[in-house]
Design a protein around this ligand. Structure first.
Ligand code: NAP
Length: 271
């Protein structure tokens, strides 16, 4: 994995579990590239390694694109790459974040796959939200409303997908009880600011699913509050797991058994 800073990344732990669960021989390691390093020189060094692939994280998800030989159409649409497959000397770029998120949600709540016109509210329009939005649309979800502090960014996501709508965070707070699925994608509520919530809410639609991609803490204030209102919740660390799973599948064509792995990752995160 390349990125900076990545000393505390959980990806090596996750991929070690996938390797064990598939009885596959392999090593997943980190290769930190500091902002002051010459990125081009580091890419030459990486080309010299015999790799099956690598992950790319902040701040290089866009920068890596000019070093690729090919790019998957979905990653191209998003304009960011987090997974590279090395095959016959060629580097092919993918983005597994959004697809990983949708797989994590559908594996926890398989019933949502049969109601693609369920109403979805997405809070946030940053990098993660963009990938999730594209993946939801690709999977056939047709009713997505996006609310963001900077409304223009939410509007950009609706331009690419005209069936989506953009609203303000204030409107989202007013209308929150209209939605079947609410996805919190902003950094609000993340440690150390664990008492913060992106919007206040006093009621939710019956049967609503509330998801938060923040995973530190595991159960954010937003999710705690939703739980108190009898909503079903979906935890952010499962996105981490499923985006890694999709990358592992791209590199190895193997499908690890995922049983209880989300609980094990939760224990690791809780120290
Ligand atoms: P990003 O591109 O920087 O986007 C940040 C988002 O948060 C934007 O929508 C931004 O709104 C909003 N925001 C930030 N501060 C705000 C504030 N004070 N009030 C209202 N809105 C605010 O970041 P990202 O990459 O999308 O990541 C977002 C969060 O998701 C982070 O906490 C990250 O750790 C987490 N994440 C989790 C996973 C996972 O695997 N579970 C994967 C990726 C990211 P503006 O557009 O108005 O600035």
């Amino acid at each position: 994995m390349i990125g900076y800073p990545i000393q505390h990344s959980l990806s090596p732990w996750i991929h070690e579990q996938f390797l064990k669960r598939t009885n596959h021989n392999g090593v997943y390691t980190i290769f930190e590239i500091a902002p002051e390093d010459n990125f081009e020189d580091e890419m030459i060094k990486l080309r010299e390694q015999e790799l099956d692939g690598f992950n790319v994280t902040v701040p290089y998800k866009e920068k890596i694109i000019e070093y690729l030989d090919d790019i998957d159409p979905y990653a191209k649409k998003i304009g960011a790459v987090n997974t590279v497959k090395c095959k016959d000397g060629k580097w092919i770029g993918y983005n597994t974040d959004g697809i990983g998120y949708v797989r994590s949600l559908e594996s926890k709540y398989p019933e949502i796959q049969t109601v693609k016109d369920c109403t979805i509210l997405m809070l946030g329009a940053g990098g993660a939200a963009k990938g999730i939005c594209h993946a939801l649309v690709d999977k056939g979800y047709t009713s997505i409303t996006i609310a963001n502090r900077t409304k223009e960014k939410a509007q950009l996501l609706t331009e690419q997908h005209p069936s989506n709508q953009a609203i303000s965070l204030e409107d989202a707070a007013q209308r929150v009880n209209e939605f079947d699925i609410i996805i919190q994608t902003t950094s609000i509520g993340m440690k150390p600011n664990t008492e913060e919530m992106i919007i206040p809410f006093t009621s939710l639609k019956q049967g609503a699913i509330v998801s938060d991609i923040v995973y530190q803490p595991i159960v954010t204030k937003f999710l705690q509050h939703a739980k108190e209102m009898n909503a079903s919740i979906h935890l952010g660390h499962t996105m981490l797991l499923y985006q890694a799973l999709y990358a592992f599948e791209i590199w190895t064509n193997l499908e690890p058994n995922m049983k209880h792995l989300d609980d094990e990752l939760q224990h690791v995160l809780e120290g």
